[in-house]
Design a protein around this ligand. Structure first.
Ligand code: M6R
Length: 370
């Protein structure tokens, strides 16, 4: 049932083109209007919400962070992302005008379920983004947008993460259409670009995997790895670090690259391994330039800089110990590609250390206690 792969995780990483394609399938009608499954919230109500709060835990919360950049940009609705267990116990301000988006692969995460219940008690409507039909969180929500990733067996989340991000984009695009399409042209481009993502992930797996396998072998004995990103690259950095902790039991931390000077740069020493996720140059020159200068800052202090950049971004080569190129796409969609080498890196490094990548120590696939 591993389909010839060495582990479920390996299989699930390779399932990602399909998982993304299936999550996109059948969502657009002939006029290009989005349709969501199980939408039991009145559209007039969705037009009047004044705040979105995304609640989730772990990897699902990083998908939520990506969602925030997209939803705020396309819909101009203030959007917060919060860990479900923090949200639940801090007396949050939510009401009938708040839309809660609860993201959960399993649909059984108790922290997220409790936060959903709490929000509904305050009158908020809840849309669940979930991978498991009929599980508790969708059952207790007002609407559901299913990710069609198929069963995810490995404890560490991979294909569910990419599918959650896709579902968040769909929700953002739907709300943007519903509330009057301010960025019509951009949204049309994004919808087109989304359709091209599965083939791009496939190309990445076909062409870049060996480079990442070699990289993992080279750094097998490393004790600590840092990940830097800005904008949507920030949650990608967090996710890269989480995968490495979970699978390889290596101390790993993700930072917003802009925070470097505010403290973390003190960690940089000769030979420190640092992944840097570089945003596309396309239309975001200043963001790109900022990250390039972050690479230089850590490089000057002796770091080994592993740069994830868009194909064609030759400028970064001179500052990088190694560059992993990913296919070009719209800025907001980049996490669907940039995450993949980080998943492969964590899996390969753990495998090189002789660890069980499907069932890491101390972890459960779904956390059903608070
Ligand atoms: O089933 P859920 O999406 O609600 O699970 C949330 C987290 O427990 C989960 O993403 C966890 O962080 C994974 N082990 C990440 O790989």
């Amino acid at each position: 049932e591993k389909g010839g792969f060495a582990s479920f995780m390996d299989k699930e990483i390779h399932d990602q083109p399909q998982a993304v394609a299936d999550t996109l399938l059948g969502r657009f009608d002939l006029e290009g209007r989005l349709t969501l499954d199980d939408m039991r919230i009145d559209e007039s109500l969705l037009k009047s919400i004044d705040k979105i709060v995304v609640i989730a835990c772990g990897t699902a919360a990083y998908a939520g962070q990506v969602a925030r950049y997209a939803i705020e940009h396309w819909c101009r609705i203030p959007t917060e992302v919060e860990l479900a267990h923090e949200f639940r116990y801090r007396d949050p301000v939510v009401n009938e005008k708040t839309l809660i988006v609860a993201i959960s692969q399993s649909g059984e995460t108790m922290d997220t379920l409790m936060a959903v219940r709490h929000a509904r008690e305050q009158g908020a409507k809840v849309i669940a983004i979930c991978n498991t039909y009929g599980s508790s969180i969708p059952r207790e929500s007002d609407a559901v947008l299913y990710t069609h990733a198929g069963p995810e067996i490995a404890v560490a989340s991979t294909k569910a993460f990419l599918s959650q991000i896709v579902a968040c984009y769909l929700l953002g695009l739907y709300l943007a259409q519903l509330r009057g399409n301010k960025y019509r042209d951009e949204i049309e481009t994004v919808i087109r670009e989304l359709q091209e993502i599965p083939a791009k992930i496939q190309r990445l797996l076909d062409e870049d995997k060996q480079q990442v396998v070699d990289l993992a072998a080279k750094y097998k004995d490393t004790q600590s790895v840092l990940f830097l990103g800005r904008h949507v690259g920030y949650p990608v950095a967090m996710e890269g670090a989480l995968k490495l902790k979970e699978l390889a039991y290596i101390h790993a931390e993700g930072f917003a690259a802009g925070e470097l000077k505010h403290g973390p740069i003190a960690l940089i020493d000769e030979g420190q391994m640092v992944f840097i996720i570089v945003p596309s140059k396309n239309g975001r020159d200043s963001l790109h330039a900022k990250v390039v200068s972050n690479i230089q800052e850590v490089r000057a202090r002796g770091a080994n800089t592993i740069v994830i950049a868009e194909e064609g971004d030759e400028e970064v080569r001179q500052y990088a110990s190694e560059v992993i190129f990913v296919p070009q796409t719209a800025t907001l969609l980049a996490p669907l590609l940039a995450t993949v080498p980080l998943q492969v890196f964590a899996m390969e490094l753990a495998t090189d250390k002789g660890l069980d990548v499907d069932q890491p120590r101390n972890l459960a696939k779904s956390v059903t206690v608070e």
